[in-house]
Write a protein that binds this ligand. Structure first.
Ligand SMILES: Cc1cc2nc3c(=O)[nH]c(=O)nc-3n(C[C@H](O)[C@H](O)[C@H](O)COP(=O)(O)O)c2cc1C
Length: 334
């Protein structure tokens, strides 16, 4: 069984889920599993930083695309402090990536280049003002990143952000992200007028995720109270598991770091430095064996109870969504 709406039709997929881009976690096996299961599966281009790596991943995914019922897409961090942005965009355009998710900046170049060959662009947004800018640039839709999402989360509850985006931009696709790890939660986004959900944290606790078992188990064992916001990793508020190391380093930048982050001359370079140092810490944590453990995750960890293959996770999400829709239909009495 499929679900059909404007998102599944425009993206030519069978079920309205995006396997969200997850820095240092998304990999080829996960994306292929998502495509084979009929969803849209993505990864951040920054997971492939060595020369030639991104090109060969895209070649493999383009070959897979011919045999699968899903789609793949690439996430580009379109921030000036991302030194690989333009290089990665050019590689993706050259390889004709089917769709993009942009985050943390202006998606102008991505939209122009993607549309030149018919690819789609969804922009991460956390509020209406940012969405308006993306709309004016001609995006195809939004990833509404709401409260509780893993990574760089928003402040607004999806219960408001999704319908508010739909009201302001009725012709655009709206995908809710943050807090979705079950079919009931996905159904709630469809009920709010959204067209699907982008799911991250749930897929970290997957067999295919190439992270250490401690990270996967921490997601299974963390409740929503164990997830805290920190500006220590990238300078931008980011949700992490409240490990002993997260507690030790604190959650906010000190006065000197804030000064360098806000000063016109130092801003860009300091942000790059913070991001580089944060990335190194995350890389060590993801690989395991470091006591300086910083694990990024969303509050949806509350609902993650096991480590399964991506195919099993998606099959269960589908089954739960159909069940949830049936349950709602049963409420209607003549
Ligand atoms: C560990 C981790 C890393 C992430 N990395 C990225 C990233 O590189 N780019 C991006 O646009 N979003 C990133 N996100 C956000 C996800 O794409 C997605 O919006 C979020 O996971 C949705 O909330 P959920 O975790 O509750 O499912 C990340 C999320 C997590 C948990």
């Amino acid at each position: 069984m499929k679900i059909t709406n404007s998102f599944t039709q425009q993206f030519d997929i069978q079920f309205p889920i995006i396997m969200a881009p997850i820095f240092l976690v998304s990999n080829l096996a996960m994306v292929k599993a998502g495509m084979q299961a009929g969803i849209a599966a993505t990864f951040p281009s920054l997971n492939y930083r060595n020369d030639g790596e991104l090109e060969s991943i895209l070649d493999e995914l383009n070959a897979e695309q011919n045999n699968s019922v899903g789609r793949y897409g690439v996430n580009l961090i379109v921030q000036k402090s991302n030194p690989m942005y333009i290089k990665h965009l050019d590689i993706c355009v050259n390889k004709k990536v089917p769709f993009y998710i942009t985050s943390l900046g202006s998606p102008k170049e991505v939209i122009e280049k993607a549309h030149s060959y018919g690819a789609k662009v969804l922009c991460d947004v956390t509020n209406i003002a940012h969405a308006q800018k993306c709309y004016d640039l001609g995006c195809d839709g939004f990833i509404a990143v709401g409260q509780g999402a893993g990574g760089h989360a928003g402040n607004n509850p999806l219960m408001l952000l999704v319908p508010a985006l739909k009201k302001a931009f009725p012709d655009k696709i709206v995908i809710g992200a943050g807090g979705v790890a079950t079919g009931d939660a996905l159904t709630s986004i469809l009920a709010l007028g959204g067209q699907g959900s982008s799911i991250g944290t749930r897929f970290i606790a997957s067999t295919e995720a190439g992270v250490n078992d401690g990270y996967k188990e921490a997601i299974v064992n963390s409740s929503m109270e164990d997830i805290v916001m920190s500006t220590k990793i990238s300078g931008t508020p980011c949700r992490v598991i409240n490990t002993d190391y997260a507690k030790k380093i604190g959650y906010t930048q000190n006065w000197f770091e804030r000064l360098l982050s806000n000063n016109k001359t130092t801003k860009k370079y300091f942000k790059m430095l913070v991001q580089f140092r944060g990335m190194k810490k995350l890389e060590q944590s993801v690989a395991g064996g470091s006591y300086k453990t910083l694990w990024v995750a969303g509050k949806s960890s509350e609902m993650v109870e096991d480590i399964r293959t991506c195919a099993e996770i998606i099959a269960r999400l589908k089954q739960e969504t159909f069940q949830s829709l049936d349950n709602l239909r049963d409420l209607i009495k003549a």
